[in-house]
Design a protein around this ligand. Structure first.
Ligand code: NZQ
Ligand code: ZN
Length: 387
């Protein structure tokens, strides 16, 4: 096991009726900016619950954070927050709203240039201050409610990039599974796939003698295999949805990353597909994952075979055959959820995508994967395989 340091300061308040806890969690004197998306919270009653719980506090509002949140939109909220001396941000929504709010939180006190530098020069320009942030989650998928990562799209520049900083952990996240009941089924499906891929990006690399982390990853996947189809078949089954919400949070609160190598090539390539073709996040992942694995099946063989045996019940003794079975079982699961797994399913030419995206990545000298060997050429090969 590799050395690691882990501190996750986000308080989780989980369960039915927990939005009322905002009254206890948000400081009484706070000047709150409530950040939300395109209006789902007004239609499903979450907005009314939030406003009631905040009571007499000063609450300003910024709606309109779009899926794959835009830098340009978030900057409008930054101006508002600065003008109004906001000292608490409350994000009510899915990963896009939470990520947008994280960016706003870091951008408000930043005076050393354009806050896009956090993403363009990730690791070099790091937020040193941030407005405190609380979350009311409405979509189980991103894990953003309990991590310090934000993914932002620069519409003008045609980029989608991530950044992270310890200051971006939400102070608290309220996870009321009933707040997710209004989700359309395709968003529930996307959330299940995103959760699955978060787990395997941290698990499916090479053996690192991290037995507990392996078992934790397998436990989340096994739970998702059980509860995912249940929550799709019966969206208001509280137990199934509650389990999916808690899986999504645990899949990406970075506990699975402790002491192990991580991949994230599928996410990095997926972000490019979203930037260039506007694909939804999870749809991009489902298109890339199997080809990413197949390209380096030998390097990943030990973990793929372990995945096949422990999760998919494969008894095949030959590790190479077992590894391929893990991939076909994964694709079968995505297909059973109704998730396409090919670029052609979206009318995208694999040859064109490979060329365009490899050129973009070469221009910024990007390399991905647990061995830092997924070069732009390999990305092109992966995309051609995802035809
Ligand atoms: O905008 P509103 O009106 O709220 O509608 C949203 C949006 O249209 C809707 N929705 C959310 N909750 C709902 C609801 N509709 C009905 N009932 C509800 N309860 O769902 C649509 C999609 O929302 P979005 O927030 O975009 O989805 P998701 O949570 O999947 O987030 C995707 C974003 O998260 C980023 C992705 O790149 C993408 O930008 N990610 C963030 C990560 C992180 N911070 O750690 C990691 C992930 O890998 C991911 O990259
Ligand atoms: Zn993801």
């Amino acid at each position: 096991m590799q050395n690691f340091e882990y501190c996750n300061p986000t308080r989780i308040v989980f369960g039915k009726g927990t939005i009322t806890e905002l009254d206890r969690l948000v400081p009484a004197e706070a000047r709150v900016l409530l950040v939300y998306g395109g209006g789902s919270i007004t239609r499903n009653g979450v907005y009314d619950q939030v406003k009631a719980a905040l009571g007499a506090r000063t609450v300003l509002e910024f709606g309109g954070i779009e899926p794959n949140p835009a830098y340009e939109t978030c900057m409008e909220a930054v101006q508002l927050a600065r003008r109004e001396n906001v000292n608490f941000l409350l994000a009510a929504g899915g990963g896009s709203v939470i990520d947008g709010a994280k960016f706003i939180a870091a951008a408000v006190p930043f005076t050393e240039g354009d806050p896009w530098l956090f993403l363009e020069k990730r690791g070099e320009v790091i937020p040193k201050a941030a407005v405190p942030l609380g979350v009311v989650l409405t979509l189980p998928a991103s894990g953003s409610e309990m991590n310090a990562i934000a993914v932002i799209s620069h519409r003008g520049g045609g980029e989608k990039r991530a950044f992270d900083a310890p200051l971006l952990y939400p102070r608290f996240s309220i996870l009321d599974p009933e707040a997710t009941f209004s989700l359309p089924l395709n968003q529930v499906r996307n959330g299940i796939v995103d959760t699955f891929v978060h787990v395997v990006e941290q698990y499916l690399t090479y053996p690192a003698e991290a037995s507990l982390q392996d078992r934790q990853a397998e436990a989340i996947i096994l739970t998702v295999l059980d509860e995912g189809p249940k929550t799709l078949a019966n969206p208001t089954d509280y137990a199934a949805r509650a389990n999916i919400v808690w899986c999504a949070t645990n899949a990406f609160n970075r506990s699975l990353s402790c002491g192990v190598p991580v991949d994230f090539a599928t996410h990095n390539i997926g972000h490019e597909l979203t930037a260039v073709y506007g694909m939804a996040h999870a749809e991009s992942l489902a298109v890339v994952l199997a080809s990413r694995w197949r390209l380096q099946k030998t390097a990943k063989q030990a973990k793929l075979a372990q995945f096949a045996r422990r999760v998919w019940g494969v008894t095949e003794p030959n590790p190479a055959v077992a590894a391929e079975l893990a991939i076909t079982h994964t694709l079968d699961f995505f297909h059973r959820l109704g998730m396409p797994s090919r670029l052609r399913d979206y009318g995208i030419s694999a040859v064109e995508a490979a060329e365009k995206i490899a050129a973009r990545l070469a221009a910024r000298r990007a390399v991905f994967g647990e061995h830092a060997d997924v070069t732009p050429d390999k990305v092109a090969a992966i995309l051609r395989m995802a035809e």
